[in-house]
Design a binder for this molecule. Structure first.
Ligand SMILES: C[S@@+](CC[C@H](N)C(=O)[O-])C[C@H]1O[C@@H](n2cnc3c(N)ncnc32)[C@H](O)[C@@H]1O
Length: 403
């Protein structure tokens, strides 16, 4: 059965939603759910006595007592505080009644449940809740999501990732990047030292392997990295956050790619500054980014960021990258609609003078960025180094070779 998204509810990552609904259905009916169904029927609603999903929009029918339905949900939640279906249902009814403050509160409770379910560590739950709330306009969006959220999300998603992306969502990122690299580099597209940022299960790496002399993949998610290793297209895999990797690594690359990754980043300047740092002179960088129009970047309800083209071009230029290709593509589908994206290629240019002027600003932004990404990080040497304008790679490595 297809997963239904509740109107005006958090439109979570599709795969998480489907996993949640399978979870709820597989669980069978608990005494609390049985009591909830009885209470709804007593309040005048038509609800099957067996475990058939009840969409809360069914509870808007005339003749039913909506306050009683709300109370039934509250009793359900009191008995099962981690029940996501009940929290979603209550939020839906509150939203319909226009009880804005209460909706936000219930949604935050729901986000905390979701974060625990994903396995986010306790000390990161608050920052994950704030991030998820901001995706629906409740609070200011952070510069970047908490790393723990991205890591656990993709750990969870890893086993179904290839099938979902390639079959269901018609993902074209790897082929689009390969084509962009060929267009920009021509005959020079061979024997390259390639860095694949957010390599995931290795779909992009597989596409680029024939151009590579040596290929390195970096990702936050150990489960995605395990699948990338199985693909056998990387010489080296690192479990790391991409900006930390870019600031710390002593390696240099001819080609850096990021396919469908930087949607998990809002403020891009630390990424571009890092890319400019590790590209060899004349090296290239090719990425995709979801297309946005109405702000430099905006966190959307699908919990990813969209970026405006002008912002992307300006931020990359500030980091000393020279534009080679910038076009609009259909990256994949979502809810059967094509997702529009930017496909971009830059060449490393020798604009060190300009970059020096903006270095202080870049350091400051990077420090704020890292502190939002790793909210409870006790070891802040790297952030301190950034704030003071010291090269952060002198303060010790924070990533590990993936075994
Ligand atoms: C949508 S997947 C794309 C994977 C791969 N590039 C592809 O095209 O199939 C995004 C991947 O980026 C990783 N990721 C997102 N933000 C990251 C970050 N800041 N540092 C490292 N990995 C990140 C996620 O763990 C995930 O594996």
């Amino acid at each position: 059965m297809a997963t239904r998204h509740f109107p005006d509810q958090p439109a979570a990552e599709e795969h998480v939603e489907s996993k949640l609904s399978v979870d709820v259905r597989a669980r069978g009916m608990s005494p609390a759910e049985r009591a909830w169904r009885c209470a709804l029927r007593a309040a005048g609603f038509q609800v099957a006595p067996v475990s058939i999903p009840v969409h809360p929009s069914q509870l808007l029918s005339p003749g039913g007592d909506q306050r009683a339905a709300e109370a039934a949900y509250r009793n359900f939640i009191a008995a099962e505080p981690e029940n996501r279906m009940a929290l979603d249902g209550l939020a839906f009814l509150l939203q319909h009644r226009g009880a804005v403050g209460e909706v936000l509160q219930v949604r935050r409770q729901r986000y905390a449940v979701e974060a625990r379910w994903l396995g986010v560590p306790d000390e990161e739950i608050d920052s994950v809740v704030s991030f998820l709330a901001a995706s629906l306009g409740d609070g200011k969006a952070p510069l970047v999501p908490p790393a723990a959220y991205v890591e656990k999300l993709f750990d969870e998603f890893s086993t179904t990732y290839d099938r979902r992306l390639l079959m269901d969502l018609k993902y074209r990122g790897p082929a689009l990047l390969r084509e962009a690299v060929s267009l920009a580099l021509g005959d020079d597209a061979k024997d390259l030292d390639v860095l694949d940022l957010g390599c995931g299960t290795g779909l992009v790496g597989a596409e680029l392997r024939s151009l590579a002399r040596r290929q390195t993949g970096v990702d936050l998610s150990s489960a995605m990295l395990a699948l990338a290793r199985g693909r056998g297209v990387y010489d080296e895999l690192q479990q790391a956050e991409i900006v930390r990797f870019l600031l710390d690594t002593a390696e240099r690359f001819d080609l850096i790619v990021a396919g469908d990754v930087l949607n998990y980043v809002g403020e891009l300047s630390p990424v571009f500054t890092g890319i400019a740092r590790v590209l060899r002179p004349g090296g290239h960088c090719a990425i995709t980014l979801e297309l946005g129009e109405d702000a430099d970047y905006r966190l959307r309800e699908m919990r990813r960021y969209q970026h405006a083209g002008e912002y992307v071009r300006r931020t990359a230029a500030d980091a000393g990258l020279a534009l080679r290709l910038f076009d609009e593509v259909e990256l994949r589908h979502q809810h059967d609609e094509p997702v529009r994206a930017w496909r971009c290629v830059w060449r490393h240019s020798d604009r060190s003078q300009l970059v020096r002027h903006s270095r202080h600003l870049a350091h400051r932004i990077t420090a704020d960025w890292l502190s939002q990404r790793f909210s409870r990080d006790t070891d802040n040497d790297q952030m301190r180094a950034c704030r003071q304008g010291r090269p952060s790679h002198l303060v010790g490595s924070r990533f590990s070779r993936y075994q």
